[in-house]
Design a protein around this ligand. Structure first.
Ligand SMILES: [Zn+2]
Ligand SMILES: [Zn+2]
Length: 83
């Protein structure tokens, strides 16, 4: 099951489970669409894999399988210059 991490690990913006801006790789490294496009050009900076849009978990399912609340933030080249 996906963790559904709560933030972009590059710019730290919130990515709630219903967000269509969340992008993940096969290991669930999680980024917003802006960082994915502008900084990483669609490839995960951790594993080199493809970043694809994270599927939305239906609200009824979130009740039994809630999203992760553990924020993960990693410095990658290009992230530091962002506000
Ligand atoms: Zn971001
Ligand atoms: Zn990755």
């Amino acid at each position: 099951m996906l963790e559904l991490r709560p933030n972009c690990e590059c710019c730290n913006r919130d990515l709630p489970p219903e967000s269509t801006e969340a992008m993940i790789c096969t290991y669930e490294c999680t980024f917003c669409r802006t960082c994915t496009d502008a900084i990483f050009k669609g490839s995960c900076p951790n594993c080199g894999g493809e970043l694809v849009r994270r599927p939305i978990r239906p609200a009824t399912r979130l009740a039994t399988h809630p999203a992760s609340t553990q924020r993960i933030l990693k410095p990658h080249p290009g992230c530091a210059s962002r506000p």
